[in-house]
Ligand binder design. Sequence first.
Ligand SMILES: [Zn+2]
Length: 212
Amino acid sequence: MAIRLSSPRFGRQLGRGKDIIPVERMHARQGKNMKKLSVPYPGCKREHITQGFHSGHQAIDFAFANCYGTFLTAPSSCKVEKVITDLTIDNDYYPAYQKGYGVLLTDYAEPRLQFLFWHLLQIIPVKEGDWLDKGQVIGQMGNSGYCLVNGVEVPLKCRGSKGSHLHFETRLDGNYIDPLPLIDFNCQPKLDKAKSVEQFLIRLRSMLSGRN
Ligand SMILES: [Zn+2]
């Protein structure tokens, strides 16, 4: 029997008996009819998924051989909502023990939709409040934060490039949803490498001169 939502608010269980949809699955279903996103980095394929969305991991992980340093790109036109570093981390987005780097984006056309890129390298070429075009570089794939190497937590400075992956979350109205149905794997950003490197250099220069 089909379930009709009587309210646009999510997080409620509607129906009775076997018709009850667990909140988590209901959230995972939201977004099925939403517009498609481009992949979170050029060359991203389904086969790169190393961990999917489930109750213990409300995100998708992507990794491939030598992925350390891969440029990550905005999956749609968005605003930079938050740049998270090991100094600015707060428990709203990631527990303090993670001590990692990430970027939270808010979709321009659908502001209820947010994307979090996590485990980034330490220089992030965008800042809070920036407006980004779809496909614009937002950082690089890395292994910062809580990241296991062969099942063991190794201090970041000892990891080298091991354990590199992208942890990509999507949230709708603050609830985690499965990013997979939203991603159009045929929509691959065309990266302007010179422009992307320049973006990093400009950011680095402003950081060094104290203009954050
Ligand atoms: Zn993950």
